[in-house]
Design a protein. Structure first.
Length: 255
């Protein structure tokens, strides 16, 4: 299943049952697992680590050196998990000395022409739309949906089960379970449909909604809102996640 028209460096480690099309380039210091489908004109460069059962579409480039002027040739990686679909012309850069690796987890859909910059961590089951660009060292938690042509500043944190409107730009963190949209970007409500699809009970959704009423729809500042949540909203892992996310935000959260 490996085309004679593909180039695979002798030092690359390739697992079993991979389908590698013509004009694929696989560099040295690359490790690829089993049952991957790698389509024509894919470039997989030094430092790439790819798991199992991934589909990588034409023109994708994985493991290119970071677009960070501080990068000085250090030994870093771009790590891809299992069951991902990496569509046409997606670019995933490897890490820098800041974190040492760029990570894309499992079962993600990265749509055409989107960019994962150095030292980013993308969780599991995320959908990231066409031409979206994620700045270096961003963190995307599980089950997030980021629509097309979204621009993320470096170091931003996007919470789980967030939905971000297409064409948005953001430079602050986006807390979990919400919809973010409009221009400039702002809180646009709780992602009720997404939460129901993931089995959240009506009671849990209502508690999440009440937590965000304190944060976004009251006269309290963020610190006061978090204290009110602790006092008045029944505690659960979801509410704890919201509190921890907001408390630990280094860039501050969107308004």
């Amino acid at each position: 299943m490996i085309s004679p028209l593909a180039y695979i460096d002798p030092e690359a480690v390739i697992g079993k049952n991979n389908d590698i099309a013509p004009f694929v380039f696989i560099d040295k210091n690359v490790i690829i697992g089993d049952n991957n489908k790698i389509m024509p004109n894919v470039t997989i460069l030094e430092g790439s680590r790819i798991g199992n059962n991934n589909q990588i579409f034409p023109g994708a480039v994985i493991g290119a050196i970071p677009q960070d002027l501080k990068f000085d040739g250090e030994d870093t990686t771009a790590e891809i998990g299992d069951f991902n679909r990496i569509r046409e012309n997606v670019t995933i850069n490897r890490g820098t000395k800041a974190k040492g690796r760029t990570i894309v987890g499992n079962n993600n859909l990265l749509m055409e022409n989107m960019h994962v910059a150095h030292d980013i961590s993308v969780g599991n089951n995320c959908i990231i739309g066409n031409s979206t660009k994620l700045g270096g060292e961003a963190v995307i938690d599980d089950d997030a949906i980021i629509s097309a042509a979204v621009l993320s500043h470096q170091f931003c944190h996007v919470g789980s089960l967030v939905m971000i409107q297409g064409g948005s730009r953001f430079s602050k963190d986006i807390p979990p379970y919400i919809i973010a949209g409009r221009d400039p970007i702002e809180y646009a409500g709780v992602n009720i449909i997404g939460l129901r699809r993931h089995g959240f009970s009506n009671e849990t959704i209502e508690n999440i909604h009440n937590a965000y009423r304190f944060i976004y729809q009251s006269a309290f500042n963020v610190s006061q809102a978090l204290e009110k949540i602790k006092q008045e909203v029944p505690m659960s892992k979801e509410i704890e996640y919201i509190i921890d996310f907001v408390s630990n935000s280094k860039r501050g959260i969107i308004k």
